[in-house]
Design a binder for this molecule. Structure first.
Ligand code: 13P
Length: 287
């Protein structure tokens, strides 16, 4: 059933758990995520990135929303990392319940302006805005430990920022990075609790791939209520495709068992679903 992101996240926080938010690129990845959520009887958030929305457009967004609607558990659809108000509005009109208005590369004042505009827009659709303060580095940035440290969320600035923007959820930078990073610094849990003491809105942790169960659960215990996972799930899907290709060889014979489209998708979906299941158990604070 289609749910609102903020309601799922708020309820999770009340129960001392988090909602898993997983990026999807296709119907198969959506099915992997929903299959895990339905099996565990847990809510979930399906996230679409800007590149996916540019590629798949309205059909992709609406198919994702329809899949969420048909699920047996509450599922919200969210637009991830978007600095374009027009795209945010299109996605809200197509059924997304929330968007991350990403002004983290902007100056503090410009970030406030973008986020405030997005929050006003979202409220006219009965939707909500996740904001990001502090810059979240990614592997594509050739990230260094110094760069990560320089970009962390400042607790008092976070309070001013949330009050000035009307954002409903806040993505924090506490040493987390997008993608797999060799030897990432440990998360700054002291900083996370300082941020949590300054703002009332639920906190969001990006870059959960490769973080490990203990770090994720520690962050949840300090007030994080939405955990974003992308790279690990996508990598599992692609690794399964690569293994299938090696096994089947350069010229698939679609008449043979295991060599057709649905066979490949079944294997890749199962691999992604296993990774989603593991993360969902982690965010539900299962031992
Ligand atoms: P990872 O790719 O590191 O899991 O990060 C996902 C994310 O934060 C999406 O917004």
């Amino acid at each position: 059933m289609l749910a609102k992101t903020l309601e799922l996240v708020t309820e999770a926080r009340q129960h001392g758990v988090a909602v898993g938010a997983f990026n999807t690129y296709s119907l198969e990845l959506t099915q992997a995520i929903l299959g895990a959520a339905e099996q565990l009887k847990q809510p979930a958030i399906l996230q679409l990135g800007v590149a996916s929305v540019k590629t798949g457009g309205e059909p992709l967004v609406k198919a994702t929303v329809l899949a969420a609607q048909n699920a047996s558990v509450p599922v919200a659809v969210h637009l991830d990392h978007c600095a374009d108000l027009d795209m945010i509005e299109r996605c809200l009109a197509w059924g997304c319940a929330s968007a991350l208005a990403d002004g983290s590369h902007l100056s503090f004042e410009e970030n406030i302006l973008l986020t405030r505009q997005a929050a006003a827009l979202a409220s006219s659709y009965g939707a909500t805005i996740e904001a990001e303060l502090g810059y979240l580095a990614g592997t594509e940035d050739g990230v260094t430990i110094e760069a990560i440290k320089a970009s962390l969320t400042h607790p008092e600035q976070a309070r001013t920022f949330v009050e000035a923007t009307g954002a409903s959820m806040l993505a924090v930078a506490i040493g987390n990075v997008h993608g797999f990073t060799p030897n990432p610094p440990p998360l700054d849990f002291e900083l996370l609790s300082q941020i949590a003491s300054q703002v009332d809105v639920p906190l969001i942790l990006h870059g959960a791939s490769g973080l490990g169960k203990e770090s994720i659960q520690h962050a949840i215990s300090l007030g994080v209520a939405k955990i974003n996972v992308n790279t690990e799930v996508r990598t599992a899907f692609l690794t399964a495709i690569a293994a299938w290709g090696q096994r089947v060889g350069p010229t698939p014979d679609v008449r043979r068992r295991g060599q057709d489209w649905l066979d490949l998708m079944r294997e890749a979906t199962a691999a992604a679903r296993a990774v989603v299941t593991e993360h969902m158990q982690t965010v539900a604070m299962m031992a």
